[in-house]
Write a protein that binds this ligand. Structure first.
Ligand code: MEV
Length: 438
């Protein structure tokens, strides 16, 4: 009952959010409990960051690079309303996500789950003389090595309920008649991304593997293709127009079958995911690599989302690895990342990955809905008008005139560009009656 009241309050506070002033947005987010007074003070001061802090992250520091940070609204994921912090430069991503989430709220629901928990480390042995014997030696010792790794290296993870879980072996034909062996080490990283720990475990196992097998280890490193820890999101919609559902299904089939379209489809999904990764200080390169590799696992690059009609419903699914952390590294040091995690009100890496999967799928739906109805120009360029206006150098009192002119051109010609904006600025400046202050 109490949870329902809080959820209802949050949903009502989302209403009309995009029309609010910055102060009103702060007030609403404080009323939801998403921001504290200190957060607001920090944001108002321009989110100042220490030079010393930057030096902890990277070398040869000269300053910070700032991106706009906003919040996507109207998301109800697994029954819980969520404010989604997003750090991103691309116009319309946050607006499209919030608008689509509101539409989903009217027609259906978003559900998420985690399929598997283990991340993967790889130990390469470039030339193995006797693959069968090698495999049998690994199998004989694997339980002992799992135990040893947990005692000597991953004891922290083990204590938190995770740790190294199993070891397996793969063989790869080298193409020169020889065999390459790859030992896979699996571990549950709990709430960390687990990169450091899995790398340490693999390095640790190098000596016992070489000693027992008499073979030579070439290198050890984690794999970003984590098909043993896949995050799933599902959107179910009811009561939609049959023609719209069919069009979205067709758009989805296009992305499933054609790699050229799949790349653009997946870029649209990542429009929803990357801004959260950046806002929370996660390694977006690792996630991108993992998602693209997973999308190509059949040998052809395909979409990581699927939309299908089923019994009068439209069902969309996202499935891909999303290896994230909420402890360790930048997530706990960078004040904006810490704030983004507080805004999300999550305590685990699993929750964060489920939210990312949901937002990616919703972003995809927003794009497919726009592309199969009004088209990208109307949905995207309308919001781009603001950027073009500023890009053309329009000053304060010129902005409304230039924006209006661009909207007219867009609705007539179905296309606008920077040159239209520059023309509109020139037009304004050439008309003395417009340039005079009231
Ligand atoms: C643009 O940033 C993203 C889209 O191209 C995604 C898509 O085509 O599905 C609109």
């Amino acid at each position: 009952m109490e949870k329902e009241r809080t959820n209802d309050l949050k949903l009502s506070l989302f209403s009309g959010f995009s029309k609010l002033s910055r102060q009103e947005r702060f007030d609403r987010l404080m009323a939801m409990g998403a921001l504290s007074k200190e957060d607001v003070k920090f944001l108002k001061a321009g989110s100042p960051l220490d030079f010393e802090l930057a030096e902890k992250f990277i070398e040869n520091v000269i300053g910070y690079f700032q991106l706009p940070m906003g919040v996507a609204t109207n998301f109800v994921i697994d029954g819980t309303p969520r404010v989604i912090p997003m750090a991103v430069e691309e116009t319309s991503i946050i607006a499209a996500a919030s608008k689509t989430a509101r539409w989903i709220g009217q027609h259906g629901k978003i559900e998420t789950s985690l399929l598997g928990r283990e991340i993967i480390g790889q130990i390469q042995l470039a030339h193995v003389k006797n693959p069968l014997e090698f495999q049998s030696q690994i199998e004989t010792h694997q339980d002992e090595w799992v135990k040893l790794s947990n005692e000597e290296v991953a004891f922290g993870l083990k204590a938190r309920g995770g740790g190294v879980t199993r070891i397996s072996t793969r063989f790869i034909e080298r193409g020169d008649g020889g065999h390459m062996a790859v030992v896979h080490v699996y571990a549950d990283p709990c709430d960390a991304m687990g990169a450091n720990i899995i790398n340490q475990v693999c390095e640790f196992l190098k000596a016992p593997i070489e000693e027992v097998t008499g073979e030579k280890v070439t290198m050890c490193i984690l794999s970003n293709l984590v098909d043993s820890r896949v995050t799933r999101a599902q959107v179910t919609l009811e009561g939609l127009d049959e023609e719209l559902m069919e069009k979205i299904e067709e758009a989805s089939l296009f992305a499933e079958l054609d790699p050229y379209r799949a790349a653009t489809n997946n870029k649209g999904v990542l429009n929803g995911i990357d801004p959260i990764l950046i806002a929370t200080g996660n390694d977006w390169r690792a996630v991108e690599a993992g998602i693209h590799a997973y999308a190509a696992r059949s040998g052809q690059y395909r979409s990581i989302t699927r939309w299908k009609r089923e019994n009068g419903k439209l069902i969309g699914v996202f499935e891909a690895p999303l290896i994230l952390g909420v402890v360790g590294g930048v997530t706990n040091l960078h004040p904006s990342a810490k704030m983004a995690l507080r805004i999300l009100e999550i305590s685990s890496a699993e929750d964060l990955s489920r939210i990312c999967a949901a937002v990616g799928l919703v972003q995809n739906l927003g794009a497919l809905r726009a592309l199969t109805t009004v088209g990208i120009i109307e949905g995207h360029m309308k919001l781009h008008i603001k950027n073009l206006t500023l890009g053309a150098g329009a000053k304060d009192k010129e902005i409304p005139f230039v924006q209006k002119r661009l909207e007219e051109i867009l609705s007539l010609q179905k296309r606008i560009s920077l040159s239209h904006a520059i023309e509109a600025v020139k037009e304004f400046r050439s008309k003395p009656e417009l340039t005079k202050s009231p």
